[in-house]
Design a protein around this ligand. Structure first.
Ligand code: HEC
Ligand code: HEC
Length: 343
């Protein structure tokens, strides 16, 4: 009897609710996991726990699912619009539940990057006005790399910014990169980011200099009779006849403390030296140049395997083309996976 009454009551409630309000209920832990995962970059503007920063605070604000959805799909201002494949309807409800579970902050957090003194106009726009550089970094490094890979002109930039979610997968295919499960940047609206402004941002990147798309990947250590061998593949992902060639490269691989180099393969090996930037001993190779679509393989055999704390990793540097101002361009080589199963 009680259950019958309860379900009758629930039925009447459903009838009374406005259409569309029978929306998904959110799952707070799932919302938190999405917010903090590499699949989204919202936190670069809204803070690691939605405390606010470049963008408004979201924690404890108790926005409704409808308000939150509207802000994400049709932003009011300069935020890019995110589509269903980037943040689904259920995930929006999960994010709302997550922020509902948090107390409101006393005041917004700091910006991830502030505007340096004397910043050129394009950099001011990218950092402070539109927030591009809150994700891309003050010198737009990865952006300059993708532009350098395809010799991007302004038409290309426009397409990638205004029609991002539809076109980005094709770009990844062009440069032979493994696409992440979902695009993390949304679509900018020309009404809020006019072409002339985007042009200033693009010219800032172009004047700093495009950079070659050099990437290195380490395989897991393989144990043999005389030690543990790590294989490194280096590739220039640029398009043939369009992408930039890197010149005078050095490949630096960190040797875990206490391990010694038993042997190496690949030409240009220079031996082991101390590296101030990496604060470690590094095995060094020199390469004259790497043109688009060139690939090289190197290996190093060590007396012992690296551990989770100090596994073989490194950095590739080049002298040409050089960035005009700011930090030197370099490509980071992520630590080798610990076992081949994790490759
Ligand atoms: C480039 C920085 C930036 C990024 C990245 C960003 N936002 Fe925003 N967000 C803003 C700004 C700025 C606003 C204020 C409205 C505007 O300008 O569009 C805003 C507004 C919002 C609002 C409305 C807040 C309110 O007070 O009504 C929500 C909700 C929101 N963003 C969620 C998200 C989610 C979810 C993501 C990731 C999928 C995201 N944002 C990514 C900058 C950003
Ligand atoms: C939420 C962080 C974020 C913001 C804000 C952002 N981007 Fe991106 N952008 C990315 C990421 C990540 C990619 C790689 C593709 C992806 O995951 O969407 C990308 C890709 C691009 C690309 C395609 C080439 C490439 O490097 O993949 C261009 C061009 C670009 N962004 C320009 C801009 C401009 C201009 C702005 C500001 C108006 C901006 N971005 C704001 C994160 C961001």
């Amino acid at each position: 009897m009680y259950t019958l009454l309860a379900s009758l009551f629930a039925f009447v409630l459903v009838l009374l609710l406005p259409a569309g309000a029978a929306a998904q209920t959110g799952n707070a832990p799932a919302g938190k996991a999405l917010w903090e995962s590499p699949a989204t970059m919202c936190r670069n503007c809204h803070g690691t726990s939605g405390e606010g920063g470049f963008g408004p605070d979201l924690a404890g604000r108790h926005l409704t699912v409808a308000q939150f959805r509207r802000a994400v799909r049709q932003p009011w201002g300069i935020m890019p619009a995110f589509v269903e494949s980037q943040v689904s309807e259920q995930e929006i409800a999960n994010l709302v539940a997550y922020f509902d579970s948090l107390p409101p902050g006393a005041q917004p957090g700091p910006w991830r990057f502030t505007v340096p003194d004397g910043a050129p106009r394009g950099q001011q726009l990218a950092l402070a006005a539109y927030g591009c550089a809150q994700c891309h970094g003050p010198t737009l490094d990865i952006l300059r790399q993708n532009m350098g890979a395809v010799a991007a002109d302004f038409e290309w930039v426009k397409r990638m910014v205004y029609d991002h979610t539809r076109l980005i997968a094709a770009h990844w295919k062009t440069v032979g990169e493994e696409p992440p499960a979902r695009a993390r940047m949304g679509n900018y609206a020309p009404s809020r980011l006019p072409e002339s402004v985007l042009q200033d941002i693009w010219m800032f990147a172009r004047d700093l200099g495009y950079r070659p798309f050099i990437a290195g990947r380490l395989g897991a250590g393989v144990t043999g009779t005389n030690g543990v061998t790590y294989t490194l593949t280096i590739e220039n992902h640029g398009l043939p006849n369009r992408g930039l060639t890197a010149e005078e490269l050095t490949i630096n691989l960190v040797v875990p403390a206490g391990a010694s180099v038993v042997g190496t393969t690949g030409s240009g090996y220079q031996g082991v030296r101390a590296d101030a930037g990496l604060k470690a001993n590094v095995a060094v190779w020199q390469v004259a140049k790497m043109a688009p679509k060139e690939e090289q393989t190197y290996s190093i055999t060590l007396s012992r395997a690296g551990t989770a704390a100090d596994n073989v990793r490194g950095v590739i540097r080049w002298t040409k083309p050089a960035v005009k101002t700011g930090p030197v361009d370099e490509a980071v080589i992520a630590p080798a996976p610990l076992t081949s199963a994790t490759q």
